[in-house]
Design a protein around this ligand. Structure first.
Ligand code: ZN
Length: 200
């Protein structure tokens, strides 16, 4: 099994992400179900996460297969098929220089996330100023274009309460790109969040 489409906060080659708990994402090649994970960085190796049931909750598949994984990252097969990485459409023209970003770009990106940009003005090229949005489920929120387009964040209310990604994929084409290839169209189970990254 190979993990493809690797992302950190939706970025392929993240540098300097200023988040305490960045989200790492990947897609299993040919729809294979993942049984475990091991995260390796240049300077540290997470080690095979073991022990507590809290950790095991993060795995999809059997514990037996997870336990069969080698202990060290150096013994694992590493991903090499970079030509199979599927780029994600971020809902705006990424070939434009950042200084050319307009309100229309932001409105299009918001629509592609199933919501809308409620702001009526935006200074051209301003990636840091806060703008107002509404998600597909009706929650208003503020965020900078940088946070949404580069950081991959969206509605904090939806993120805080639960994981209901099946429902989200039905109304959010941006998210559907990473959810639909690996999940049944009828999978709409909702997972309550016991701990939110906003509370730690
Ligand atoms: Zn929401």
């Amino acid at each position: 099994m190979k993990a493809i489409n690797l992302r950190t906060e939706y970025l392929v080659n993240p540098v300097g992400i200023d988040l305490q708990h960045p989200r790492l994402m990947w897609v299993c090649e040919e729809g294979v179900k993942q049984t475990a994970y091991q995260i390796v960085t240049e300077k540290c190796d997470s080690g095979k996460v073991s022990g507590s049931s809290m950790h095991i909750d993060a795995y999809w598949g059997s514990r037996r297969r997870w336990e069969a994984l080698p202990e060290k990252a150096s013994q694992m097969d590493h991903f090499t098929d970079w030509d199979k990485v599927v780029p994600i459409d971020h809902g705006y023209d990424e070939s434009k220089p950042e200084s050319e970003l307009t309100l229309a770009d932001l409105q299009g990106a918001a629509k592609f996330r199933g919501g809308e940009c409620l702001s009526e003005t935006m200074e051209k090229g301003d990636w840091q100023g806060k703008q107002t949005f509404r998600c597909a489920f009706g929650h208003p929120f503020e965020a900078s274009p940088s946070l949404v387009l580069e950081g991959g964040h969206w509605c904090p209310e939806c993120e805080r309460r639960s994981w209901n990604y099946g429902a989200r994929a039905k109304v959010d084409p941006f998210f559907a790109q990473v959810w639909n290839p690996l999940h049944d169209p009828d999978e709409t189970r909702e997972y309550a969040k016991e701990v939110s990254e906003l509370d730690v």
